[in-house]
Design a protein around this ligand. Sequence first.
Ligand code: ADP
Length: 375
Amino acid sequence: MATKKPSKSANGKKASAKEYEIDHQRLESLVNSMADGVLSTNEKGEIVLYNGAALNVLDVNAIQKGDPIENVLKLTNENKEPLDVKRIILNCKTQTISRDYKLVYEDSSVVSIYLSISPVHLGYGKTGESGYVLIIRDITREKSLEEERDEFISVISHELRTPAAITEGAVSNAIFMLEKTGDLEKINDALETAHKQARYLEDMINDLSTLSRAERGVLEKNIEEINAHDFVKQLEDSYKKQAEEKGLELKVDIDPHLSLLKSVRLYVTEIMQNFITNAIKYTEEGSVTIHAKQKDNGVEFAVSDTGIGISKGDQARVFEKFFRAEDFRTRAQNGTGLGLHVTRKLSQLAEAKISLESELNEGSTFRIFFPNLSK
Ligand code: ADP
């Protein structure tokens, strides 16, 4: 502890050496039980006290009392440039908190640090000792979550702005034409554009909401017995019309030995729907086939198409949030770049494994193995 002289007790009497010793031990155990790192220095910035959590944050085994703070706390800025720690601390006149410092460990890994510096008077009156109490905490995880959230918000607002602006433009055009020209064909075109963009916004909001529920792990987890044969037939019924409207043939290839699949129907359905809508969307000619095959302890589904295909480079990226191929044929279709990202999240919840085979201009096959889950 930093104070060496016996202090006065609450009733104003001088504390005995024993009372002082007890106080000292209480304080030491209090400081040691703190989850945050604590470093205390004298007014010259030399260490007088530290706790175990500080050793953890600094990734060292020991600190010598009397060591200059700059030898113990080697802070850098965001660009990993070393900072004059002693000056930063000795210049503090009131409590100062920062979340922007970094520490570079011996193995050159970098952690983000919360640092609170409080100038303190440890004795009474002007002649009493003074110094600084530093609280340090590793906030690397918090920081990376914050960065990811900021990036996500910026991408989402960008993605939402374009369709919202197009919808607004098309509707005000329609109103203008209604008042001025009454040209029904043009009004109809404008409303169709607005309708398409509104549908796109709706898709995006649905994808976002599923994603958020999947990430928070609050989606239902009812494991049920799914009749894989009937399930594929239902998918065929649901998508037959959509495929036919595009001039595509929708086929099914079902293993006659399919047994019941134990999984979460919501996940299996969402995933397969994403694969099928993509296959129809990114295929101009030919067919889309839904496959179901019995495997040990589970069922493997696949959706193959004879569509535009995915280049080798893009195959590694299609499951990323907001990724869409640059290909003009992809861009000609509405899309959010969220479907496959959601699919991957859901597949993790269903403990399923996805694989992708594709050849540019030839077609793609998205394959997924669902294991039987136990209740
Ligand atoms: P979206 O279809 O809304 O753009 P997805 O996350 O579902 O978003 O797909 C991401 C990207 O992967 C698509 O933009 C497209 O580039 C590519 N992709 C997905 N499925 C197929 C497919 N069956 N054929 C070709 N490209 C595909």
